[in-house]
Write a protein that binds this ligand. Structure first.
Ligand code: 26Q
Length: 809
C-alpha cells in the first residue's frame, strides 16, 4: 500500500463511519434508508475486514522477505467460531463499530446475531486447530492453516420428543463476508486410474488418473492479538472442471447425466463427516483427505519456490503438522511429487519428506485409529499404495536390523495390517513418515509410548514428545466473559495478561480480599442471569462436550437420578439447589449415545413435573452445542464435569476453558485433568474414580458391573427406576448396556463419584471457600493458554522463531 501511495484507512470514529457507509453504498449497492439488517451486517464485516487486510498484506511481505521455515497446519477440521466479534476485538474497532451503526438504527448486538459460525469441525480437534492458528498469529509465527471448505458443516441439532434430530448446516447460505476467494491458485487433483512404468527408471511411475477434480482455495484472515501479524487459513472447495459438464448429453435431454460428473466432483467438499471417533471407512472420506493433502502440498511447493530453488532446502523451510492421521496421505503424496514429478531419487526424497512432517495424535481408543482397506486405497490412489508398499519395505528392513528375527514385531509394526482384510494403518504411516510424534497431554503421551505406539517408541524413543493442549484466552475469556476480563484487568492493572496468561498468577494475592471475592461472585451471578438456564443462585453444574460413552454422560445421569430419589425421600432436607446443564451432539449413527440424550431429557421432564423435587433440582439440555453456545455457558458454570474413564480422554480442552473461567472441576485422573489438578492444587479440585492403571487392571481381572449393582442400594434404585419405566419407559438400552457389559466402568466409579459430589456440596455451602477456590483456579491456569502450546511446538518440534511484522510509522 505504501509503495503505491495508497491512502491508509483512518482510525477515528468518523473515518470508520465513512467507510461503513461507503461499504454499504458501493459494495452492497444499497442506501442507509433501504438497508436491511443483513446489509448492515455485511457492510460492517467488510469494513472490519478492510482494517485487517492492510496488516495481512504487510505480514505476507515481511514473512516472504524473511524466507523463514513456514509452519503449515494440515487439518480436516477447523471450528473457528463466530468471526465478527473476534475481528472487532483484534482490530480494536468494537467501539467505533457500535457508534457507526447508530445512524442505521441498528445495535451492534443485533448485528452480531447475524454472524454465522462456520462449523467446519466436530469438536475438540477442530477447535484446537482454531486455537493454535490464533496463537501462531499472536506469536508472530509465519504459518498457514490448510483445510476443507465444507458446504455443510457439523449438523444442527434439535430435540424432538426428547431425542436428537439433525438438520443440515448450510452455514454460508447467505454468503460469507469473511472469505477471500483465490481462484488463480486453484489446483487439479487426480483420483483412480492406473500407473505405468517410466522407461529407464526403476522407481518412477506415471500415474494416469481416471478422474480429475479442481480444488479452489479461499482464505479467511487469522489476526494475532496485540501484534501486527495477520496469518490465513486456506480452505479448499472441490469443483468440476468445464469438461465435466457433458453438453452432448444435455442436448440429448439427459439433464441429470449431463451434470453427473460435476456433481461427483463437488460432493468431495459437500459435507463434514459428523463422526468424532470411529471411522466409517467410506471412500468419500478418503477422497476428502487426499483432496486436502494434494491441493495443500502443491500450494506449499508453489510458495517454497517463490523464494527457493534447491529441494535440499525444502525441509529447512517447511514443517507440516498433521492434525491426527486425517491428512497422513500427504506423506506418500509428497514422495510421489518429489520422485515422479520432480524426479528426485527415492532416498533423497525420503530424507526430505521425513524431515518435513510432524504428527499429533489425539486419541487412545483403538477403534478410533484410522485404517483403510487396501483394495479401496488401490482403486482410489493406486500410485500412493505402491509408494506406501515401498515405504513399508524400507521401514520393515530397518525394524529387522534393530530386532533381528522378531517376526511378531514386524507383523505388529507393519504399515499394512494383515489380520483379516488387509488394511493401511494410517497411524503407523504417520509415525514412520515424520520427524516428531506428540500426544496432547502428559498422560496421553505416556500411554501412547507405553501402549498403542510402544513398538515405535522402542525403535525411536527420541521421536516421541508431549505437547499439552491449550486454549485461546482471547476467545474463551476476553470475548466469552467480558465481565470477568474486566475484573481481571482491574486486578492486574491492564490487559497485558491476554498475551501472557501466566500473569493470572498475580490474582492469587486477591483470593483473600473480601471485596474482590464479592466482585468475583457477582460476575458469575450476572453470567448465570444472562444464560437464563435456571436459578442464578443455584449451583450450575455443566457437562458440555460431544456425547460418547467413554466421556460418561451416563455417570452424571446416574448422579442426577440418585439426587432425585434422595430429594423425594426427604423433601424437607437441606438441599442445595442445582441446575444440571448438558449440551453436546451425538454422531447421527451412534445409537448408544443417542439413547443417553433421550434419557437425559426424559429424566429432565420427570423432575420438572415433580413439584417436590423441581424446586431443588433442574436438568436442562441446551440444543445445538457449538462454539457460540460454549461462549455463553462456560462463563456461567460453577462446576465442570470432566468424568471420562481414566485413560480414554486424550486431553480435553473444555476442562481448561471452564477452569479458566472460575469453574471448579470434578474429574478423574484423565487427560489434561491431571495437569489442571497439579496446577490449581489438589485441594482446589474434586478428584474421584479409578486411575488409568486401575481401570486397565479391572478389565484384565474380569469386570462384573452387576456386582456393583448388587452391592449399592442407591445405584440399584437408579437403574431399577429406569427399567421400571419411571422416566416414561425411556433409557432401558442405557441400563442394559451398563448392567450387561459397561465398557467404560461407569458402575465401578459410581460410589466414588457420589461421595465426591458430597465434597462439592460441602465446599459450596461455604461461600467464601468456594469463591477462593474459584479465583485460584483462574489464577493458576495460565499454563493452559494456547500461546504456551504454540511456544512448545515452536521450540521443540518446529524449531521456528517469530518473524515480527513492523508497525507502520
Ligand atoms: C476419522 C475418520 C473418518 C471419519 C471421522 C474421523 C474423525 C473425525 C474427528 C475422527 C476423530 C475426530 C475428532 C477427534 C477429536 O476431537 N479428538 C479430541 O481432540 C482434542 C484435541 O486434542 C482432545 O482434547 C480430546 O481429548 C480428543 O478427544
Amino acid at each position: 500500500r505504501q509503495g503505491i501511495g495508497l491512502r491508509r484507512l483512518g482510525s477515528t470514529a468518523d473515518d470508520f463511519q465513512q467507510d461503513l457507509l461507503s461499504s454499504l453504498y458501493y459494495r452492497k449497492g444499497t442506501t442507509v434508508e433501504s438497508a436491511s439488517a443483513r446489509d448492515a451486517y455485511e457492510a460492517l464485516a467488510l469494513t472490519v475486514r478492510d482494517r485487517l487486510a492492510d496488516r495481512r498484506a504487510r505480514t505476507a511481505a515481511a514473512q516472504f522477505a524473511h524466507n523463514p521455515r513456514w509452519v503449515y497446519y494440515l487439518s480436516a477440521e477447523y471450528l473457528l467460531g463466530a468471526q465478527l466479534e473476534q475481528n472487532l476485538l483484534y482490530s480494536g474497532t468494537g467501539d467505533l463499530a457500535a457508534q457507526a451503526l447508530k445512524p442505521l438504527g441498528r445495535s451492534l448486538e443485533e448485528i452480531e446475531d447475524l454472524d454465522v459460525e462456520p462449523g467446519l469441525g466436530n469438536g475438540g480437534l477442530g477447535r484446537l486447530a482454531a486455537c493454535l492458528i490464533d496463537s501462531m498469529a499472536t506469536r508472530d509465527i509465519p504459518a498457514v492453516g490448510y483445510g476443507i471448505r465444507y458446504d455443510f458443516g457439523i449438523f444442527k441439532q434439535s430435540l424432538e420428543d426428547g431425542g436428537q434430530a439433525e438438520r443440515a448446516d448450510d452455514w454460508a447460505f447467505h454468503g460469507n463476508p469473511w472469505e477471500f476467494p483465490a481462484p488463480d491458485d486453484r489446483q487439479t487433483v487426480g483420483f483412480y486410474g492406473h500407473t505405468e512404468p517410466v522407461p529407464g527408471s526403476p522407481v518412477r511411475k506415471r500415474w494416469v488418473p481416471g478422474e480429475t477434480v479442481l480444488g479452489e482455495p479461499s482464505h479467511m484472515l487469522v489476526p494475532g492479538y496485540n501484534t501486527e501479524t495477520v496469518n490465513i487459513v486456506r480452505l479448499w472447495r472441490a469443483r468440476g472442471s468445464e469438461a465435466s459438464f457433458d453438453l452432448s448429453r444435455f442436448s440429448a435431454g439427459q439433464y441429470a447425466e449431463a451434470v453427473q460428473e460435476a456433481v461427483r466432483a463437488e460432493n468431495i467438499s459437500k459435507v463434514l463427516y459428523p463422526d468424532d471417533s470411529t471411522e466409517l471407512g467410506r471412500e468419500l472420506r478418503l477422497k476428502q483427505q487426499y483432496f486436502l493433502c494434494s491441493c495443500s502440498l502443491r500450494d506449499i511447493i508453489r510458495r517454497f519456490r517463490l523464494r527457493n530453488e534447491n529441494w535440499d532446502d525444502f525441509a529447512d523451510k517447511t514443517i507440516i503438522q498433521l492434525n491426527d492421521t486425517h491428512p497422513t496421505v500427504a506423506i506418500p503424496e509428497l514422495m510421489r511429487l518429489l520422485v515422479d514429478e520432480y524426479e528426485l531419487d527415492w532416498d533423497r526424497a525420503w530424507s526430505i519428506t521425513r524431515r518435513t512432517f510432524a504428527y499429533t495424535c489425539h486419541t487412545l481408543l483403538p477403534e478410533a485409529l484410522e485404517t483403510w482397506p487396501v483394495h479401496m486405497f488401490e482403486r482410489l490412489l493406486p500410485r500412493h499404495l505402491e509408494i506406501i508398499y515401498l515405504i513399508n519395505m524400507h521401514f520393515l528392513r530397518e525394524v529387522e536390523a534393530h530386532f533381528p528375527g522378531d517376526a511378531d514385531r514386524i507383523r505388529r509394526m507393519s504399515i499394512i495390517g494383515e489380520n483379516g482384510e488387509r488394511r493401511v494403518r494410517m497411524a503407523h504411516l504417520a509415525v514412520v513418515g515424520t520427524e516428531a510424534v506428540n500426544g496432547v497431554a502428559e498422560l496421553h503421551s505416556k500411554l501412547l509410548r507405553e501402549t498403542v505406539l510402544q513398538d515405535f517408541a522402542d525403535l525411536w524413543p527420541a521421536k516421541f514428545q508431549n505437547v499439552t493442549n491449550g486454549i485461546s484466552p482471547r476467545r474463551f475469556i476476553r470475548l466469552a466473559n467480558p465481565r470477568l476480563s474486566e475484573v481481571i484487568s482491574d486486578g492486574l492493572g491492564g490487559d497485558g495478561w491476554l498475551n501472557d496468561l501466566d500473569r493470572l498468577a498475580e490474582l492469587e494475592s486477591l483470593a483473600d480480599d473480601p471485596a474482590f471475592r464479592e466482585r468475583w461472585r457477582s460476575v458469575k451471578r450476572a453470567n448465570k442471569v444472562d444464560l437464563a438456564a435456571g436459578d442464578p443462585d443455584s449451583l450450575t453444574d455443566v457437562m458440555i462436550k460431544r456425547f460418547h460413552e467413554y466421556k460418561r454422560q451416563q455417570l452424571k445421569l446416574l448422579h442426577v437420578i440418585t439426587m432425585y430419589h434422595r430429594i423425594r425421600e426427604n423433601p424437607n432436607g437441606d438441599w442445595i439447589p442445582r441446575t444440571v446443564l448438558f449440551a453436546g451432539k451425538a454422531a447421527p449413527a451412534y445409537h448408544a449415545a443417542k439413547h443417553i440424550i433421550r434419557l437425559i431429557n426424559a429424566v429432565a421432564a420427570t423432575i420438572a413435573a415433580d413439584p417436590v423435587v423441581a424446586p431443588h433440582l433442574r436438568v436442562v439440555f441446551a440444543e445445538n452445542y457449538n462454539v457460540t453456545l460454549a461462549e455463553r455457558i462456560i462463563p456461567a458454570a460453577d462446576l465442570s464435569e470432566q468424568i471420562s474413564l481414566a485413560g480414554k480422554e486424550a486431553s480435553g480442552t473444555g476442562n481448561m476453558k471452564l477452569a479458566l473461567n472460575g469453574a471448579l472441576t470434578i474429574g478423574t485422573l484423565d487427560g489434561a485433568n491431571i495437569e489442571i489438578r497439579a496446577h490449581v492444587g489438589e485441594e482446589n479440585f474434586f478428584l474421584f474414580g479409578l486411575d488409568a492403571f486401575q481401570a486397565a487392571e479391572a478389565r484384565i481381572n474380569g469386570y462384573h458391573p452387576r456386582e456393583h449393582y448388587e452391592r449399592d442400594a442407591e445405584l440399584r434404585a437408579a437403574l431399577d427406576a429406569i427399567n421400571a419405566g419411571a422416566f416414561g419407559g425411556v433409557g432401558r438400552e442405557v441400563a442394559e448396556s451398563l448392567l450387561g457389559w459397561d465398557e467404560y466402568l461407569t458402575l465401578a466409579d459410581y460410589r466414588s463419584y457420589l461421595d465426591c459430589q458430597e465434597e462439592v456440596e460441602r465446599a459450596w455451602r461455604d461461600r467464601d471457600r468456594w469463591t477462593r477456590m474459584s479465583i485460584l483456579n483462574t489464577a493458576r491456569c495460565g499454563f493452559f493458554s494456547a500461546d504456551r502450546t504454540v511456544a512448545d511446538y515452536a521450540a521443540r518440534i518446529w524449531r521456528v522463531a517469530p518473524v515480527p511484522v513492523p508497525r507502520e510509522d
